[in-house]
Design a protein around this ligand. Sequence first.
Ligand code: FNR
Length: 182
Amino acid sequence: MSKIVVVVGSLRAESYNRQFAQALTRLPAAAGHDFVFADIGELPLYDQDDDADQAQSVKDLKELVRSSDGVIFVTPEYNRSIPGVLKNAIDHASRPYGDSAWAGKPAGVIGVSIGAVGTALAQQHLRNVLAYLDMPTLGAPEAFIQWKDGLITPEGTIGEQSAGFVGGWLEAFFALVDRHQD
Ligand code: FNR
């Protein structure tokens, strides 16, 4: 069983990405694994002056990531990049220099947008960041999800048209995690 941290890049109460992330954890491929959602909305704005005395919410995020076997980033696309709240969280847990919580953690990148681009450009920016942070990131399959009726069922599961594809993505992510177990 793996412990996976899920980082959702939207704070919106009815976030499609959060709904999708929760549905992802209910797929058959998720069975037996432990998913913990990171609370990035509680983090202060990153300020390098605080590196020597990080806020408790930052310490908690770093401890959560360190205790995990991998991280799934589920992010919207904002203006063709990742939301500031997600970058803020990533920056916090990467510091102080030499004490990043992200290094070596296998990562999956997926996201939902209302546009046909399906967060492709945000994901590409995020991949660049994760490469610098030394996070081995699932390369294929890519998953660019457009929000549409039926993507999430009233029961909060992935709809039947997408469940097979998303389930395959999750299986590929767990294979990546397995390849990077100590
Ligand atoms: C967006 N949205 C958007 N969509 C997209 O496909 N490409 C983009 O570049 C953007 N840019 C963008 C900027 C900002 C500031 C906002 C608020 C929104 C629309 C976006 O896909 C939509 O709001 C989603 O519903 C956001 O995801 P959550 O919050 O529902 O998870």
